[in-house]
Design a protein around this ligand. Sequence first.
Ligand code: 3HC
Length: 313
Amino acid sequence: MSVQELEKIFQDRIDSEIRIEPRDWMPDAYRKTLIRQISQHAHSEIVGMLPEANWITRAPSLRRKATLIAKVQDEAGHGLYLYSAAETLNISREEMIAQLHSGKAKYSSIFNYPTLTWADMGAIGWLVDGAAIMNQVPLCRASYGPYARAMVRICKEESFHQRQGFEILLTLSRGSADQRRMCQDAINRWWWPSVMMFGPNDESSPHSAQSMAWKIKRFSNDELRQRFVDICAEQVKLLGMTLPDPELSWNEEKQHYDFGAIDWDEFWNVVNGNGPCNKERLAARVQAHEDGAWVREAALAYAGKKRQEKDAA
Ligand code: 3HC
């Protein structure tokens, strides 16, 4: 069959909501954008462990410590599911890791901000995982089977992450004046970077149109961002706190919250490696990879030995 015929069969499957599986023919461009998105998603999960891990040894109680350890451990698992999903597209784990370490691959801008107080653990859970859920639930219906299936389990665990974050902030918001100040300060620092997580405006997004035609993306960056703002604008009232946006106001006609301008200079500055923690995050990942080399070597040696024994039997 000609490439045109193959592409037609492929798009008909997409349009009929039939999942594309690893062994199905797919356009190289589809494969490439999936590798790009899924590997960067995986990188985000792994790098995303670092800001929160910073507070495991300083959690205010054993319960908080245990919950935070569980959450950070979940993120590692999310990264592994997603690297495995990306590997079905014929890219190796080593290649993806090398792309992250060389700066060739991105990870979510949000993880390049410092975690300054315990309240940041709450703000990350409520806002960052909240934004992640908003963006990731539609990915459970992505056209590529391995990605969609990985996302189902990830989203279940994200819900726990968001709830534990909100509960941290709720506790602080009902505490002393200092705790309330700490809560509001964390919301002030994490709000706009969380709004930026959804990516550039639709008109500035080079990938969205094609990703939506291929049903990788089900909603545009701005649609999901708007939903996120609408939900948080209501939830923050339960905390007795405010969002740091004087232009946030309910628009009865649109039935959405209007909100202020996003600082896209800040966004691209952080995406391009010049955020507060970019260098620290990448150095930590490279160091961890080097420190773990002996584990990979031992596991590969053991697997090789087992294969030899099996072949010899
Ligand atoms: N941080 C870093 N880079 C970003 C970004 C962000 N917040 N938003 C967009 N970009 C990059 C894109 O990767 C793309 O660059 P590239 O061509 O080098 O890959 C460029 O900006 C243009 O953006 P587009 O909107 O055109 O790109 P996409 O169509 O890929 O949309 C996306 C961006 C919405 C992030 C999409 O890739 C996506 O949905 N990815 C899957 C979800 C994901 O990765 N979430 C990251 C957070 S994971 C997380 O929060 C874990 C949780 O447990 C805490």
